[in-house]
Structures are given as structure tokens and as C-alpha cells.
Design a protein around this ligand. Structure first.
Ligand code: NCD
Length: 304
């Protein structure tokens, strides 16, 4: 029995295999319609979500399985004071696989230690979000045809953005990756991650505050929302929330084949005027999230 807590729980070969399966699902959806017949996915979401929860649920339905769960902690017995460990032991009685989002870093890891069925981390605090990373990798692979030899800019909240942390960890596995970190001083990538990146030979990274100056060299621009819910102080959030706003004008010097990604939800950081640009990939990215989660659940349930 295997869980997915961090993206490094998967080998590079396994990530590549998941991408191949997801691309086969896209090409041959009918072949997968009954693969999870009789299986149940529980979605335990202790934090808000649109894409992650709904794409997990759509993924299980498209595999012929069923879904149960809750979308806010207040509608479960957690509101009565139940522990994560007891919730998980209970859900084990009803479901074959669990997707869990929690505001506390490490909660899905604790859950997986108590579980007899696979637990998938669907986001834990400001820490990790491995299934968003699989979604991002599938998107990059579909848009660019490769996961190596890319210059990737990460812009926005690199401190609290869990999707950034997981995607950087994953890209660090590939060759010829150049990372450009674009953030205000207060939202820089955590030091432990900078140190990790600095110790790798296959990846280089630079830091800047200037989005416009960085854009021309990028193959991928990964925009992120300033993570309001992780701030201790509202005044800091208000001061930083509009640090970067991507507009068509700022894209003037961009490569014609730039891919603009965003895990969504978007607040102000990408102007809606960018949505019609063919380089805007974020809604295609949201769709890819369903296909890669189908591939992942098949793998963790050991279904060929
Ligand atoms: C992200 C998350 O929850 O971390 N959203 C998502 O899962 N697509 C990004 C965010 O909330 O900013």
C-alpha cells in the first residue's frame, strides 16, 4: 500500500509513467471507463478547494468509481474535536483511497501512518501539493513536449506557495533546468529550499524582483497568488497582494512559445486580458489535473 505525501515519493520513472498514462487516457478515454468500478474515493477537505477536489471527484467518476467525503471541516466530526487519526481510521471503513487537504503541514503524513488505504496529499498548509505538481508537469509536457532544458520563472508568493515548493522539487530531478525566482523580498523562496537548489548540479537559479525584465528569457512563467490565508497580519497582505500583475503589455518581449501557467485560483496577478493569448495555459492546466489524477489513482490502487 502506497501513499503520495510529497512529490519525491515518486521516482522520475514513475512520474514519466504517470504522464504517459494520462496522455493515453486523453487519447483513449473509453478504455478507462470501468477501471475503478466498485472503488470509492473519499475526499477529506479541511480547507477550501475548487479544482483539486472537483478534479479528484471527476477523475474517480470517469474511472467508473464513486466518491464520498466532505468539503469543509465544519461539516465533519472534526468540528466536535475528533483527531485526524480517528477520522482516518473511520474513513478506512468506507473508502478504498483518500485525498486529503489540511491547513496543517504534515497532517496528510500523519494520516497516511494511520491508514490501511492510500492517502494522497491534496495540499498541506504552505508545505506541499504533489498532485498540483503532477498536473503542472503534464501541462509542461503537453505544451512543450519535454521536461528538460527549460527556463522556468516562478513569480509571486514563493514563500507560502506550496505548489511552487513541490514543482521546484520535481523539476530539480530533470536536466538543463534554469529557475528564475521572481518575488518581493518578503515572499522569497524559503532558505531551506534555496540551499537545496544551490547544492544541485543539474539546476541553476537566479533571483530578481523585476518580472518584466525576466520575461524575455522564459520558456515557462508560473504565476501564483499571494497566499492570504497564511499571513499573520492583514496589513502585510494588503501591501503585497498586487506586487505583480501580468498584462498583455508586459508580455511584449516574451518568447512566442512561452507557456503561462497558474495553479489557480487567480486573484489579480494575471489580467483577464491575458486569457485570450494562446500562451495562457491555465485553464488547459486545470483540465490536465483530472487526467493525471486518474492516472495516479490507478497507480496507487494497483490497477493496470
Ligand atoms: C493552489 C493551492 O491550493 O495551493 N490551488 C490549487 O490547488 N489549484 C494554489 C492556491 O491556492 O493559490
Amino acid at each position: 500500500m502506497r501513499s503520495l505525501i510529497g512529490i519525491l515519493d515518486l521516482s522520475t520513472e514513475e512520474i514519466d509513467a504517470l504522464i504517459r498514462v494520462a496522455e493515453d487516457i486523453i487519447a483513449n478515454p473509453d478504455a478507462y471507463r470501468e477501471k475503478c468500478k466498485g472503488k470509492k474515493l473519499a475526499t477529506l477537505f479541511f480547507e477550501p478547494s475548487t479544482r483539486t477536489r472537483l478534479s479528484f471527484e471527476a477523475a474517480m467518476y470517469e474511472l467508473g468509481g464513486n466518491v464520498l467525503g466532505f468539503s469543509e471541516a465544519t461539516s465533519s466530526s472534526v468540528a466536535k474535536g475528533e483527531s485526524v487519526a480517528d477520522t482516518i481510521r473511520t474513513v478506512n471503513c468506507y473508502a478504498d483511497i483518500i485525498a486529503m487537504r489540511h491547513p496543517k503541514e504534515g497532517a496528510p503524513l500523519v494520516a497516511s501512518a494511520k491508514s490501511q488505504v492510500p492517502v494522497i496529499n491534496a495540499g498541506d498548509g504552505g508545505h506541499n501539493h504533489p498532485t498540483q505538481t503532477l498536473t503542472d508537469l503534464l501541462t509542461i509536457h503537453r505544451e512543450k513536449g519535454r521536461l528538460c532544458d527549460l527556463t522556468v520563472g516562478f513569480c509571486g508568493d514563493l514563500k507560502f506557495g506550496r505548489t511552487v515548493h513541490s514543482l521546484i522539487e520535481a523539476l530539480s530531478r530533470y536536466t538543463g533546468i534554469r529557475i528564475v525566482l521572481i518575488s518581493p523580498d518578503e515572499l522569497r523562496l524559503p532558505e531551506y529550499m534555496q540551499n537545496k537548489l544551490g547544492s544541485l548540479d543539474n539546476v541553476t537559479f537566479t533571483e530578481t524582483k523585476n518580472l518584466e525584465a525576466a520575461i524575455p528569457e522564459l520558456d515557462i512563467l508560473y504565476m501564483t497568488r499571494v497566499q492570504k490565508e497564511r499571513f499573520f497580519n492583514e496589513a502585510d497582505y494588503i501591501r503585497l497582494k498586487d506586487s505583480y500583475i501580468l498584462t498583455p503589455e508586459k508580455l511584449t518581449g516574451a518568447k512566442p512559445d512561452l507557456s503561462i501557467l497558474h495553479p489557480l485560483p487567480r486573484v489579480n496577478e494575471i489580467s483577464v486580458a491575458v486569457d485570450d493569448d494562446p500562451r495562457a495555459c491555465y485553464f488547459r492546466q486545470a483540465l490536465n489535473g483530472k487526467f493525471i489524477r486518474m492516472a495516479l489513482m490507478l497507480m496507487l490502487l494497483d490497477i493496470q
